[in-house]
Design a protein around this ligand. Structure first.
Ligand code: ADP
Ligand code: MG
Length: 326
């Protein structure tokens, strides 16, 4: 459905999008996940033909977004990060304006306006001034305009930013619904959001694609190792010797030692952390060495994402004022 090849965008000598390549298949909900400044909006702006690329190609349903812009754009509905809503119009007037700009006329235009109003549940506010609507309703109007023209692909840039928790739930439900009839791509810097809505996640960091998979596979692939902390009535040498008989321990580090007790941090890549903790328990029991404490910490996708985010903050980001990305 969408093919992105070697997409690169430079601002001066800063590379905001760095050789991105991926393919989007029809009929799924995809999530662009990455910290602020990762290059999500830049990528979406290029994919929707709103911004030129420095290098690379984007094809929408076989049409090149730069060479066949007309055909390609017909197939995409886009809700940018800052949707250009006309504040002194009503949703109905605004949708008519956007529909006409998309080439719809007459009965078809009116029918589509009615359809998208129903789909996004804005019927009760369609005659109010947009400036008077809550952020949640404004966002619905933004999604409604993206749906006009019945595009196959809907691209939403951070659709839940700035919404309150209830509005977030409503917009997420709406996106899930759209996913049943459209290919949807949304961006977010919130891991849990893409984890709950999306069937496939693209993690973008510093303009590069660093992962592209289903959430459950990402968890398996990227998971930080599970950690087990043990405290035993033993010397470090004794404890290490006992632990050397346990399989699947990848790292073993002495944390502290006092009063004949040793605390150690162990790492294991074994998914079933309890099988490892059981083996540890029996290994100590067999040598009649008292195991005083054992604490398990499962790795999570959140840890991986935070690690990526942290790295990103300390590496080559251009100077950017805090919170400018709203
Ligand atoms: P995201 O949407 O993931 O937060 P963006 O695509 O908005 O990231 O931005 C990616 C990087 O490109 C950021 O570091 C941003 O400061 C930079 N950038 C975006 N637009 C411009 C621009 N017009 N001129 C210079 N730098 C820009
Ligand atoms: Mg953005």
């Amino acid at each position: 459905m969408i093919k992105v090849e070697h997409l690169t965008k430079c601002y001066g000598d800063f590379t905001a999008v760095d050789d991105l390549s991926f393919e989007i298949e029809e009929g799924h909900v995809y999530g662009f996940l990455g910290p602020n400044g990762a290059g999500k909006s830049t990528t979406m702006n290029i994919m929707t033909g709103c911004l030129s690329a420095t290098k690379g190609h984007v094809q929408i349903d076989g049409y090149d977004i730069f060479e066949d812009a007309g055909e390609a754009k017909k197939r995409i509905g886009y809700l940018p990060e800052q949707p250009p809503l006309y504040m002194n119009e009503t949703p109905e007037e605004y949708l008519r304006f956007v529909g006409e700009a998309k080439g719809l006329r007459g009965a078809e235009l009116e029918q589509q306006i009615q359809e998208v109003i129903e789909q996004t549940k804005i019927d009760n506010v369609k005659k109010r001034c947009i400036s008077a609507l809550s952020k949640g309703y404004k966002q619905r109007v933004g999604i409604a305009q993206a749906l006009l023209g019945n595009p196959k692909v809907i691209i939403l840039d951070e659709p839940t930013v700035g919404l309150d928790p209830l509005q977030i739930i409503e917009i997420r439900d709406l996106i899930k619904q759209l996913g049943q009839t459209h290919t949807v791509i949304l961006s977010s810097h919130i891991l849990s959001e893409v984890q709950t809505i999306c069937e496939k996640i693209l993690i973008i960091s510093k303009g590069k694609l660093i992962a592209f998979d289903r959430p459950e596979n990402l968890e398996k692939k990227l998971l930080t190792p599970n950690e087990i902390t043990v405290v035993a009535q033993a010397t470090d040498k004794q404890a290490k010797e006992i632990l050397s008989s346990v399989n699947h321990i990848s790292e073993c580090e002495v944390r502290s030692q006092e009063n004949g007790r040793v605390a150690m941090l162990l790492k294991t890549d074994q998914e079933d952390i309890y099988s490892v903790s059981r083996d540890i328990f029996f290994a100590f029991a067999k040598k009649e060495v008292a195991l005083l404490e054992m604490a398990l910490k499962k790795g999570s996708l959140e840890d991986v994402f935070i690690e990526l985010t942290d790295k990103n903050e300390t590496e080559n980001l251009p100077v950017e004022s805090e919170g400018s990305d709203t």
